[in-house]
Design a protein around this ligand. Sequence first.
Ligand code: FES
Length: 207
Amino acid sequence: MTFHPTMPYASGEQHASERVLPDRGEPFVFTPENRRRIEELATHYPPDRRRSALIPALHIVQEQQGYVSANAMREVATVICCTPAEVEEVVTYYSMFYTKPVGKYVLQVCRTLSCALTGAERLTAAISQKLGIKVGETDPTGTFTLVEVECLGACDRGPVMLVNDHWHELATPGSVGALLDTLRTKGEAGLSGCHLNVDKKEPTKDG
Ligand code: FES
């Protein structure tokens, strides 16, 4: 006997939203190379499960377009055989996908408890003041976009900020101005990294 309800997935009766996305954003067509990459990804799954390639396909869109427009969501839906609304549900769930153009560097400041207790709010305020933008905005040079996100998984090194795909731990309001200047001049060289990767490095002979 089980208390779990029978799920209708196997019978194909599950709800699939048919909601139509508004026609907005720049037109989107995959480059031939990216289209080939998606077809290759789709071979990793059974033919009737092409939709399993959705998240990697969205990464490819974002790599090509810089964000994921409604038109791109429609194109992805066509290519991997699901509805545009299902693609939108995934895009809007994950903070790593952007639905409008962003700056060269997206600064994602963690606002969850551990980081909040170690000064995340002051960190966000310092970035905001330095760049003259609010959370959710991009600076006039198109270099930085500031957003707040939930736990980034490095709670013992707060406050934590993700810069594009790279961790910067133990960020402080006092040092973040210099970090932003370094990002402008030298790119990601100034980031402190993720301690899980840093700690894995072989110790040097000096320790
Ligand atoms: S609470 Fe900020 S990384 Fe977990």
